[in-house]
Write a protein that binds this ligand. Structure first.
Ligand SMILES: NC(=O)c1ccc[n+]([C@@H]2O[C@H](COP(=O)([O-])OP(=O)(O)OC[C@H]3O[C@@H](n4cnc5c(N)ncnc54)[C@H](OP(=O)(O)O)[C@@H]3O)[C@@H](O)[C@H]2O)c1
Length: 254
């Protein structure tokens, strides 16, 4: 179906060098979009760029630390100058610090909130300013989590940041709907990535995930690409302020 095609569009994917971000970038490129990947590690960015070039799309990279939120507006402008206008923004980069809440340092709290929430706002704002001033529409896809609506032990800053993503998505969708900037989110279940590899390799945890998830398996980044292409494309042109959970039925089970 043509409404799902992304030819002639360019997507910026944060945390695009590995895991979910690299998978989403591949899905968007296969649907026709050119891509710019953002992450800190230059070597992994170059490796993923080379892998994604097999799609035949233009793949650019930008090494940047999104925890430096004051620099994000300038970084975004630089990316637009170097690679051209961005039509689709995927706010995927994220991190966590696990600890019982009463033992958590304020530094760890602030780091998780800075990367998972403040950077998402700063980059979305830079994107919206460019879209509004050039009178062009845009699509933002934020990456939430099961912890956007439920809690897990020893993960307070992550849950606070991902819960924030759910309401930030709704708030920005309302502000920017008049400018045809669509803001939606994907809430992944447990996905096998470099971030969760220690959990996949932990027999006890792995067994818990397989037993708890109605689909009886971990997700993989490819499982998320259908939702991302939908939310990036004209197929979702009356959808905004939503989070689509792609979780193998996890949240449906009491
Ligand atoms: N895996 C899951 O089960 C799962 C479930 C729900 C939600 N999520 C969310 O999905 C997103 C991606 O997770 P993932 O599992 O794919 O993680 P991952 O494998 O650890 O990948 C994280 C990506 O973000 C980049 N990144 C991390 N900190 C950054 C920073 N300060 N500045 C710029 N880039 C940064 C990393 O590259 P560098 O390290 O080189 O910067 C990497 O490209 C996160 O928001 C996570 O919370 C994951």
């Amino acid at each position: 179906m043509d409404t799902f095609r992304l030819d002639g569009r360019r997507a910026l994917v944060t945390g695009g060098s590995k895991g979910i971000g690299a998978g989403l970038a591949r899905g968007l490129a296969e649907a026709g979009a050119d891509i710019v990947l953002v992450a800190r590690g230059q070597q992994e960015l170059e490796q993923t760029r080379d892998e994604l070039r097999t799609t035949g799309r233009e793949i650019g990279i930008c090494a940047s630390d999104l925890s430096q939120t004051d620099a994000i507006e300038g970084t975004f402008q630089q990316i637009v100058q170097e690679h051209g206008p961005i039509d689709i923004l995927v706010n995927n980069a994220g991190t966590t610090r696990r600890s019982p809440a009463h033992e958590l340092s304020l530094e760890d709290w602030q780091l998780v909130l800075e990367i998972n929430l403040t950077a998402v706002f700063a980059l979305s704002r830079a994107f919206a300013r460019e879209r509004i001033s050039s009178k062009r529409s845009g699509k933002i896809i934020n990456i939430g989590s099961l912890l956007s609506s439920t809690a897990r032990q020893d993960n307070a800053p992550y849950a606070a940041s991902k819960g924030g993503i759910l309401l930030l998505t709704k708030a920005l969708s309302v502000d920017w709907a008049p400018h045809h900037i669509f803001v939606n989110a994907i809430g992944p279940g447990f996905i096998n990535t470099p971030l969760t590899r220690p959990l996949v390799e932990n027999p006890e945890f792995n067994e818990w995930v397989l037993g708890r998830c109605p689909m009886g398996r971990w997700g993989n980044p490819k499982d998320l690409t259908g939702a991302a292409v939908f939310l990036a494309s004209a197929a979702s042109d009356f959808v905004t302020g939503q989070m689509i959970y792609v979780d193998g039925g996890w949240l449906a089970r009491f």
